[in-house]
Design a protein around this ligand. Structure first.
Ligand SMILES: NC(=O)c1ccc[n+]([C@@H]2O[C@H](COP(=O)([O-])OP(=O)(O)OC[C@H]3O[C@@H](n4cnc5c(N)ncnc54)[C@H](OP(=O)(O)O)[C@@H]3O)[C@@H](O)[C@H]2O)c1
Length: 314
């Protein structure tokens, strides 16, 4: 019998659709909180060995201990610490991961920070784009060779947001050195960057065994909103609260689109697609701009190399 299509209401476990991930490894960033937890739970319930990464090792260990008590969880859950706002930490975590694993079959770029006041990462990137985009870009670069070497289908999934429409990409000043900072605008650019990154990575990996997707998970009440009330211009806090009251999903529902992107066989051949509510969707016009995606890739690569060089000199 044909299965009902997945939709807004579907949960992460439903999105598995009976997928068997035994002998597969998933790495989920931000697995200690919010929709990351339900992503880890679902993938481990399908038998995957899941490496949950957490900014705080103890928060990650506590969550992993909790998840292991779930009778549906079949796969092993391991924990690694990483601060995506610190390139040295990203490098160290990738190294620790590769010391134990051959490579991730599923690389889930889920961690994120939203609407914080202007601050900078250890490498001088504005905190939101630095964490949400640059940190994940560096991690992907470090792990891609191992994913290729697996020689079997693998996926990279970037958790973006419908907030990618909040602001365009100011390529000449990604880090607000010479323009007014708005916390919502910066979040918007960082989430636009997630989609452009997925698009360009998919283009670069065309013909390989690795597919790439980006997505909006829905509106879910999680600690992500911790800065919203303090955001400059509190109308944004009011707006998000109002939207949330109408559109709020549970964390189990919030993780469903990520799980769909990670395991759905129906997405084979659709690399580069953007999803919402477990279905392929159309992001903003700017998010579909291939030239912009390529430009962002080049700018990111160059700025990462400059940051590494500055570290080496210091
Ligand atoms: N919730 C929503 O309505 C919504 C809507 C659209 C998109 N999203 C996206 O969904 C993803 C997950 O968000 P969520 O709602 O589940 O939020 P969350 O509960 O706050 O989870 C975010 C995760 O990212 C981690 N993180 C933040 N900064 C980090 C850093 N520098 N290094 C390493 N990890 C870091 C957090 O660690 P700590 O626990 O240490 O803070 C946490 O584990 C994000 O990418 C977000 O943009 C969420």
């Amino acid at each position: 019998m044909a299965q009902k299509p997945l939709n807004w209401h579907s949960t992460a476990v439903e999105a598995l659709r009976g997928a068997d991930l035994t002998c597969r490894t998933a790495l989920v960033t931000g697995g200690n909180s919010g929709i990351g937890v339900e992503t880890v739970r679902a993938l481990a319930a399908a038998g995957a060995r899941v490496v949950l990464t957490s900014r705080s090792l103890s928060a990650g260990e506590d969550m992993a201990a909790n998840l292991r008590k779930d009778p549906h969880v079949k796969g092993e859950i391991a924990v690694l610490q990483v601060d995506l706002a610190d390139l040295a930490s990203v490098r160290a975590m990738a190294k620790a991961f590769l010391a134990r694993e051959r490579g991730p079959d599923l690389l889930i770029l889920n961690a994120g920070i939203m609407m914080c006041p202007l601050q900078y990462t250890k490498d001088g990137f504005e905190m939101q784009i630095g964490t949400n985009h640059f940190g994940h870009f560096a991690l992907t670069q470090a792990l891609l060779p191992s994913m290729r070497a697996l020689g079997r289908p693998a996926r990279v999934v970037a958790v973006s947001s419908m907030g990618h429409q909040l602001q365009d990409m100011k390529m000449g000043d990604l880090h607000y050195k010479n323009r007014r900072y708005t916390s919502y605008g910066s979040y918007g650019s960082s989430k636009l960057a997630n989609i452009l990154f997925a698009k360009e990575l998919a283009r670069r990996l065309k013909g390989s065994s690795i597919e790439v997707f980006s997505l909006h998970p829905g509106v879910i009440q999680t600690p992500l909103g911790r800065h919203v009330g303090t955001a400059r211009g509190t109308w944004t806090g009011w707006l998000f609260g109002w939207l949330g009251a109408f559109w709020i999903k549970s964390t189990e529902q919030g993780a469903a689109t990520t799980v769909t992107a990670a395991v759905s066989p129906e997405l084979a051949g659709e690399s580069g697609a953007y999803l919402t509510d477990c279905q392929i969707a159309v992001p903003s016009k700017e998010a579909q701009d291939e030239a912009l995606a390529k430009e962002l890739w080049d700018v990111t690569e160059r700025q990462l190399a400059e940051a590494e060089a500055a570290r080496a000199k210091a």
